[in-house]
Ligand binder design. Structure first.
Ligand code: PLP
Length: 303
């Protein structure tokens, strides 16, 4: 297998040597922070999708988590581009990770070293077949809210509920979970935002539903605006999921993934619907560098 590298605190190191002790603070207590970013293959070489927005969110997450990172947004952006180049990747997933790189037992973070790592790995479809659509289950796990954990931050510990919700969905035979907020409003998937289609209009849970305001969600809003599709952002009742004409997830990993059933109830015709397909196709054109209107969302590597 070709040698691969990890960017760690400003240096490239062999992936096999990028290991930490089992007792590392962020491994034990979920005190790390992360981002999820994709790069895509285009005719002009690999390009990172919405680099600035992802790097900015990482910096915001650090601020929310009270972590003083030893790198700036600009340095992080450079590291993200360089790790794709160094590992000679094209379509891939990039994961910046900030963590307390300290093996001492104890919750206290005072004086504990903070490291930033960036890894990049080849990546295809997150869900088996995103053209066919997936089945979902409404989870018994509720989406976190700001009184417990910060929904706008990608803090590792936030994802314990997401991991459990996904597991529960899979154990019950569905492919992914849909989580409600603690007030019972439709929120999002464990790592995806959610869109409904109602009479050719898009509807998506608003910020008050404790969702992460995803970057792909924002891309869908802008694509819809460009095509002339109306979007409503508001609180969504769970039964609206069942009566929607179409449903789909958006996310860096999920991209645009149609949802064909919820709790075994067929959504629309039980297959990806026309509006979902229009958004999905436009998104694919954009990320593969074939759409001049949204070309500014791509940052090319030097490969
Ligand atoms: C909880 C949650 N919701 C939604 C998303 C989708 O966000 P984005 O489109 O920025 O990847 C993610 C992934 O980052 C997530 O973790």
């Amino acid at each position: 297998m070709a040698k691969s590298y990890v960017w760690l605190d400003g240096r490239f190191i062999d992936s096999e040597k990028a290991v930490v002790p089992i007792s590392t603070h962020s491994l034990q207590y979920g005190s790390g922070i992360f981002e999820g970013i994709r790069a895509y293959s285009t005719a002009k070489g690999p390009a990172v999708f919405r680099l600035k927005e992802h790097a900015a969110r990482f910096i915001r997450t650090a601020k929310i988590a009270g972590m003083q990172l030893g790198c700036s947004q600009k340095e992080l952006e450079e590291a993200i581009l360089e790790i794709v180049e160094k590992n000679k990747l094209a379509s891939c997933y990039i994961r910046p990770f900030g963590f307390y790189n300290d093996p001492r037992i104890g919750l206290d973070t005072e004086g504990k070293k903070i490291s930033v790592a960036v890894i990049a790995v080849p990546f295809g479809n997150y869900f088996g077949d995103k053209d066919k659509g997936i089945t979902c289950k409404i989870s018994s796990m509720r989406r976190i809210n700001s009184q417990i954990l910060p929904p706008q931050a990608k803090l590792s510990g936030n994802y314990a509920t997401s991991v459990m919700a996904s597991k529960e969905a899979k154990n019950s035979g569905a492919e992914e979970a849909i989580m409600l907020s603690t007030n019972g409003w439709v929120a999002e998937g464990p790592g995806e935002n959610l869109f409904l289609v109602e009479e050719n209009k898009l509807l998506t849970p608003s910020k008050e539903s404790d969702i992460l305001l995803g970057i792909t969600r924002d891309s869908v809003l802008k694509i819809a605006e460009s095509i002339g599709i109306t979007v409503e952002e508001r609180l969504v009742h769970r039964e609206e999921l069942l009566t929607a004409d179409e449903l789909f997830f958006s996310g860096t990993a999920a991209e645009i993934t149609p949802i064909v059933s919820v709790d075994k109830v067929r959504i629309g015709k039980g297959k990806p619907g026309p509006i979902t397909k229009i958004i999905q196709e436009r998104f694919t054109e954009i990320v593969s560098g074939k759409d001049p209107e949204f070309a500014h969302w791509l940052t090319f590597t030097k490969q």
